[in-house]
Every structure is written in C-alpha cells, then in structure tokens.
Design a protein. Structure first.
Lengths: 541, 342
C-alpha cells in the first residue's frame, strides 16, 4: 500500500470534479509580464488551491466532520513560458521535457492538429504568432462549482472570478487573457455538464457529452489513489492486466503511481523524467488542456447516412437499432456507456440498461448503504471490467473503435488468446482524463478535455499520434479514430461481421467530427512546488 | 566511531514528520505537516550570505549560540531509488528472471526531518549535548517549536529538559564524523600499532609449526627407510610432542592477536583530542585576525622600520590577537573592519 501526501497533490489529479458535484467549470488564463508580479499573483492564489485530501473523512473528537467538501475548487498550472516568466532557474527550465517546452501548438504535426484543427485557426487566445493580439498564455486557473437547483452555477463562481481578476490587477503585471470562443469575445472558457430537466422543473447534471455518449468511464487507476479495498475494486477494468492465464479476480492491479504523479516509481521501475530539483517535481504532473469542438449536427447526419446503408447491407429495418449500432461500433460503447464487449447487440444493451436502471439514480446521490454500494460496484464492473482476449477479431467491438484505440488493454499482446493476454505493452500509455462539455455563446459545442500524465510525450502524444490518428497497431492501416481522428489520410472505419451484423461494414467517407480549438501543455505543481514558485526559492543546485 | 570526536560533538537527529492533515476552518482546505515544515524551513533566516541578500536580513537563529559550527535541516521524503537493478542478461535468462516483475522498492511510511549539527565539546558526550540543547532552547525555542511541532511526538515539549529528552529520543549515532581541524596531520605517537610483538608472536607460532612439520617429514622418511637409531627416535617423539605443543603455541599466538585486535578497537573508539584552536570562539577569532591582518599588511607596504613598528603595535592593540574579543560575529560571512591608530 502506498500512502501519498494527498495534501501536497492538486485535487484535480485525483478527482474528476464533474462527478463530485461540481458540474460547472471555468478556465481562466493569465499572462505574466514581470516575474515579481507573477510570484505575487501565485502567492495570492496559493491558499485557495484545492488538494487531493479526501473530504468528509476526518472526524473531530465530538464527531464533527473536520474537512468538509468546499463549495468551489481551484487548481493552477503553468506553461513552460509561464515558468520562464516566473524566473525559474535555468537548470530547472532546461531540464523540462522537450514537448512541454515546445507547447501544444508546436506539436500540431504530432498531435494531428492539421487542417481545420491547425493552430492558426484556434481561438484567438491561443494564437501567439507575430500577429498575436495579446500575450502568451502563462498560467491556467480552473474553478469548479456546484449548481443551483435550476442548473445554474452557484454565485461563488462569480465571486471567485472577481477575486482572481482583482488579484491579477493588484499584482501589477498579470493580465487575464480574453480571446475565447471563435470570435474571441469571451474572457474565459466555461464548461458545464449537460443538464437533464427533472419532472419538478429542476435540472440535474448527467455524465454525457454532446454526441450523446456517457463519458468519463474507465479512467486508469494508480497505486495510492484510493484506499486498499477501493483500489482493488477500481483496478478491475481500470488497472493493468498481469501476464499468465486471465482471471478477473487476480489479473488486475493498479498501475504504478509514477505513470500519473511525478516523483514516484513508474511502470518502467524508475522515476519519471521531469526536471530538477526533485522537490519541485515531486507530486506534480503534466496536463494537456484541449478545447475540442464537436460537430454534433454533422455527426448525427452522418450516423443517419451510415445507418441507412447498414440496414441495406444487413437487411434490417429498425432505424433506431441501426443508428445506435453504428454509433456503438464507432465508439465501442453504447450511448448508455455499456461496452460492446458486455453487450454485443442492441437488444443486449437494452436488456442491461433495464437491468441496471436503478444504478444511474444511486450513483447521483449520497450517502449510500452497503447494498447500494455493492450494486454500483457491479455496475462499474459491467462498464469497465473486460478484455479484448474475448474479442480478438473485433467481431463485437471493431478493432478501430474509439475505446480500443484509447485504451487497447490486452489487445497488443502478441500472445493474446481467449485465456490469456497481458496489458504490458500498453501500461505506459495510459492517461487520466478530465473535463466537461462546453457550449459557447455562438452555439459552438464541444468538450474541454484535460489529459493528466507523467510524460505528455510517452503517454498523451503517443496515443494521439499512433492510436488516434493512425491505425497500424489495430491492423487498420492509415485509418484514424472514427470519432475524434482527423481525416487527412483516411476517412473510413471497418466494422467486422459479428453478433450485431451478418456482414462486414465499412463506414466510409466519414467527415471530421471533432476539431481542435486550442490548448496548451501545463505543469501542475505540487502545493510545495507552488510555494517554491511563489517564494522564488526553487534551487536545483 | 562515536558522536564525540576530535573535541567536537556530531549530532544527528531523525524526527518522523507527522502525516495527519492540518485542517483549516474554511471547508475543503487542508495542508500537510510536511508542506508546513518545508515552508517554515524556507523562511528560517540565513543572514547576509551574499551581496544580493537583503541589507537588513536577519541572522540565522543558530548564530545566537557559540557552540555550533554548522547546523542543517533536511526533509527526507524517501530512500534513494535508482531504478531496477539489472544484472547479466544471460544469467537472467538461465534463472528465468522476468524483467516485467517489479523489484521491491523501499518506501518510508512517513517523511523524516534530519537535523544535523557539529558542536564544540563541553564536558563528556552527555554534558555536551545537554549544554547545546539548553542553549538552543534558550535562544530559539519559538523556531524549534514551529519546526519540530510538525514532527511526531513533540507534544508536551515545553522546556529545555523536555526538548533535550526529545532530541535524545530521535538521535541516531553519528558513525562517520568528519573532522577538518588537523591541517598538519594528527601526531599518532605511542598509539602506533605495536607491530614488533606481533612479529614475535608470528615467529614463535609459525616456527613451532614449521619445526613440527619438518620433524613429521623426517619421521616419515626415516620410518620408510626402516631406521631405528637415535635420530629416528628423536624425530618420532618430536612429532608426537608436536601434536600437543604446536597447536598450543598457535593457540597462544592467536590469543595474543585477539588481544591486540581488542586493543586496536579500544584505541580506535577513544575520541581524538581537541585540535588546537578548533573551538568556535577560536575559529571566529582567527578569521577575524586573518582579515584584519590582511588589511594591515596592505597598508604597511613600504613603511619605514620605526613606522612599521609603531603601526604594528597599534594593530595589536586594536586586534588583541590573544584575547577572545574582538572577533568575527557568528553567522556572518566577513568581519567588520577595526581601526587602529596611524
């Protein structure tokens, strides 16, 4: 068992806030024109940074809960240019990873941010070129708040936004960077969980994204993230698969901490490479912040087109089933979140949705009794605990489907079989995913997507380049991810015959459904490192 | 090697840092003791170490006593880890070592605060430590309470007595102290290893064994030749006696070597004496004299003999080389200039 210093780790690493009762999120970006002013600003923000300490856990002598859940959370990150602007020592700066120094815009070729996703077409705030309207992005601050019954954010969001603006102003040379949205008129980027209207007129956040899929399932699980029991439970489906004969109860274990938090041993049995001094690195991590536009109308239209052909090919007539099946074959999960491995056909999905209907409601409230916990655990197992040794030829879940590309589990094991197969080749390519959907003033919809990992190069960029925008590891040639891939080289997705269809099907002529609207790479320091930045005491000697 | 050596006491303290959370009244706010401790240590005054230090920088609280030469706080988060220990690939194949099976990694259950200091001896080891902790408590107890308050078991420490007990509880023996105050080397003198009796013991034991072996060979030869004369009888009885005498002599020699070894260990664990002028007041005084004398030497260049004589007299009067004061203040990088009559 690993005991992490949770009070030293930023809270957004451990918690997807959207699932913890914070459906509203605001992302603010700042520029630092003078190091001393920057340090003053960081020092001002520092006391309010949310840590990974569990809430409601500590009890005082009189039974009072000591650490209560806050109404609002705050987290902070820095780009390389930001750390440079804050006058960090040259040694610390130059030993940082290359991709982090480059920043996301410079890595466009690797990330597949080309064509409509190219950096020169991003929201104005991200354009630093010679015609830049304003300064570079140096600091990211995110606020997450709960919602009123009508779905609107709690007033504390405006209060804290005002406080941050005041802090920037007071520090002298720190500027809040506007330029968000396609017209660049927004001062910050908001994102909000999709709200479902309730019979009583109130609104409740649901874990869906704009295409209609259930999002945020099966994040990796690392050692020290939970207590021992919760870790064992979450590792099934979220962890790594050991070598040897597969047994669901014994094969899964949590990934090493160092894959997601710096300064801890990783899957390579070494410390992840970051910079010096170790005290600056330890308990921090890297984040890719991406604003991804979703062409919802385009997606729906193309699904309808593919579904018609699907019915023709398979000789079926249920349009709803055909549309749902094509969607599922693109993603690897049904809209409900149930994976194709657990429900290969639409009928299976409907049956399981009905069977676990109570779980949605249970998952949205607290406290829960042990029976309900048990029920939720069963549901979580249904959603995450599966392997591709059960579907080697992609009959259930196509080889090129989104979730197979994002997390291939055991499928790259050369000795994969129905009885064995390990995740060894993919253990170092896992990422924590955070984020919420957005809808900008002009109606543009998408998701603010955040990737957290110890090495953006080895983990995030590899997945993006080799698995999302290329298909060789999945015997899919140049095919890209049918959901989020670009279409520069290929625009098809092969769906083998299987339980859901007698004939193979090629979804061809797929347009780009997702385009990048901006973003950058950030370092999320530990609380200790934030203090070192604020005090100017980072000393790599 | 003991804590006390060469007139200096080498104090090593490892205090476990608390892992319970520091919880704020504001919902959701908590900090770790480790974080609080790191902040406190970062804010501990270090004095004017360089030209870029603030002009009014506070001196280190450790400069308030005249016993410690150096004092150091370090937070130890975990033991060093240099990655997987890989060996010979072929051997690994033969042994069926799976490189994917992680090797054990050592971890600490909680971080530790290292406090290390070297002090001037004041009486025996115990008295030295006591005089130091008493001085620390008298001169910087507020800082100490803040620093060690983040450590396990510091509750109830509120006096010089209890602080000394706490430090002793967390103390680990310094097994490898480093003494840098013998610039001309240490005169070993009569503590040299007595090699002569060692040689004698070796000659006696070795000679007995050689004689015995020779007698045995001779005895064997003569027996084989069928000789029964006086020489043969002598060889036979020498061989027989040798069985008894030679091991005895070897045993005596080994006993002697063992005694010698014990003597070496005993001598080795005796602390070295204090190096001349190595206590902190003397060091501060000599630093002071060096700096003032450099100034004197510069201004005395080219002076006539009588002028030089009177100027040196004035210099001695001002600098007082034999007296404890004036001297360089502790915790400073340079002495203030003193003036003498010109």
């Amino acid at each position: 068992m690993i005991q992490l210093d949770l009070a030293d780790i930023q809270g957004n690493i451990h918690r997807p806030y959207g699932r913890f009762g914070f459906p509203h999120s605001r992302h603010l970006f700042f520029n630092i024109a003078a190091a001393a002013a920057g340090r003053r600003f960081v020092q001002g923000v520092r006391p309010r940074v949310t840590t990974a300490e569990p809430w409601e856990k500590y009890e005082g002598p009189d039974g009072v809960t000591l650490l209560r859940k806050p109404p609002i959370t705050l987290n902070i990150g820095f780009t390389f240019l930001g750390l440079h602007a804050l006058d960090l020592p040259t040694r610390t700066l130059r030993l940082l990873p290359d991709e982090f120094i480059d920043g996301m815009g410079c890595r466009a070729d690797i990330l597949g941010d080309v064509g409509a996703s190219a950096p020169d077409r991003w929201d104005p705030v991200w354009r630093y070129g010679p015609e830049a309207r304003q300064g570079q992005v140096h600091v990211w601050v995110s606020l997450n708040v709960g919602a009123n019954p009508d779905g609107s954010p709690l007033p504390v969001l405006e209060e804290w936004t005002g406080w941050l603006q005041g802090l920037a102003k007071k520090s002298g040379a720190v500027t809040l960077l506007g330029g968000h949205g396609c017209d660049g008129s927004a001062l910050w980027q908001d994102s909000t969980a999709i709200m479902a209207p309730q019979p009583d007129g109130s609104k409740r956040p649901v874990p869906k994204e704009h295409f209609g899929f259930t999002d945020g399932i099966s994040d990796p699980v690392f050692r020290g993230q939970f207590g021992p029991d919760a870790e064992a439970l979450a590792a099934k489906g979220g962890g790594k698969i050991a070598e040897g004969p597969y047994d669901e109860t014994t094969s899964w274990s949590a990934l090493e901490t160092g894959e997601f938090i710096l300064g801890h041993v990783d899957e390579g049995q070494e410390f992840p490479v970051a910079t010096e001094p170790q005290s600056f690195v330890r308990n921090g991590t890297f984040m890719a912040w991406r604003k991804l536009r979703q062409d919802v109308e385009g997606f729906d239209a193309d699904i309808a087109r593919q579904a018609k052909l699907w019915m023709q090919v398979n000789g079926t007539s249920d349009i709803e089933e055909a549309e749902e099946t094509v969607r599922a074959k693109i993603v690897g999960r049904w809209s409900s979140g149930i994976p194709l491995l657990a429900a290969p056909t639409y009928a299976d999905d409907r049956r399981l949705v009905a069977e676990f209907a109570d779980c949605i409601e249970i998952s949205l409230r607290k406290p829960r009794d042990s029976k309900e916990q048990q029920r939720l655990a069963e549901y979580a197992r249904l959603l995450s605990s599966f392997r591709y040794g059960d579907d080697i030829d992609g009959a259930k879940c196509p080889l090129g489907a989104h979730i197979r590309r994002a997390n291939p589990r055991d499928m790259l094991d050369p000795e994969i079989s129905p009885t064995k197969g390990s995740s060894t080749l993919t253990n170092r390519r896992r990422i924590l995913r955070r984020g919420l959907p957005y809808q900008d003033a002009g109606g543009e919809r998408g998701v603010v997507f955040m990737v957290l990992c110890a090495s953006l190069f080895r983990q995030f960029e590899f997945i993006q380049q080799q698995w999302m925008n290329y298909g060789l590891d999945f015997d899919a040639g140049n095919d890209t991810c049918p959901l989020i891939g670009n279409r520069a080289q290929s625009d098809k997705h092969v769906i083998p015959a299987g339980p859901a269809s007698d004939s193979p099907f090629v979804a061809a002529g797929l347009p780009e459904f997702v385009t990048t609207r901006g973003g950058d790479y950030f370092f999320l320091p530990s609380l200790n490192a934030i203090r070192m930045i604020a005090m100017g005491t980072t000393d790599p000697t | 090697m003991p804590n006390l050596d060469g007139g200096h006491y080498f104090l090593t303290v490892l205090a476990p840092i608390r892992t319970d959370a520091v919880i704020d009244k504001i919902p959701g706010r908590s900090r770790s003791h480790r974080g609080g401790l790191a902040q406190k240590l970062a804010l501990l005054a270090t004095g004017r170490q360089t030209e870029s230090s603030p002009k009014d920088a506070w001196a280190s609280p450790f400069s308030r006593n005249l016993q410690n030469h150096l004092a150091r706080f370090v937070i130890i988060d975990g033991p060093a880890f240099n990655g997987r220990v890989s060996g010979d690939t072929l051997l690994a194949v033969v042994r069926k070592t799976n490189p994917l099976t992680p090797q054990p990694v050592d971890r600490l259950t909680n971080p530790y605060l290292l406090f290390a200091a070297d002090l001037d001896q004041a009486g025996d080891a115990e008295a030295t430590l006591r005089s130091y902790t008493d001085q620390l408590w008298a001169t910087m107890n507020k800082d100490l309470v803040e620093v060690f308050g983040h450590c396990v078991g510091f509750e109830g420490v509120d006096s010089a007595e209890t602080f000394n007990a706490y430090i002793r509880r967390c103390q680990v023996e310094t097994t490898m102290p480093f003494n840098d105050y013998w610039p001309d080397g240490l005169k070993v003198g009569d503590t040299a290893l007595p090699t002569r009796p060692l040689v004698a013991a070796a000659v006696v034991a070795g000679g007995a064994v050689v004689l015995w072996v020779l007698a045995a060979i001779l005895n064997g030869l003569l027996t084989a030749l069928g000789a029964h004369d006086g020489l043969a009888r002598m060889a036979a009885s020498a061989t027989a006696w040798g069985v008894l005498v030679a091991p005895l002599l070897v045993g005596v020699a080994l006993l002697f070597v063992w005694g010698l070894y014990r003597w070496v260990v005993r001598e080795g664990s005796k602390p070295f004496g204090t190096a001349p002028g190595s206590d902190l007041p003397s060091v501060l005084k000599s630093l002071f004299v060096q700096q003032q004398f450099t100034r004197f030497a510069i201004e005395a260049q080219g002076l006539a003999d009588n002028e030089l004589h009177s100027r040196f007299g004035a210099f001695l009067k001002a600098v007082q080389p034999a007296a404890a004061t004036p001297a360089q203040p502790p915790g400073e990088v340079a002495s203030p200039a003193v003036e003498w009559t010109r």
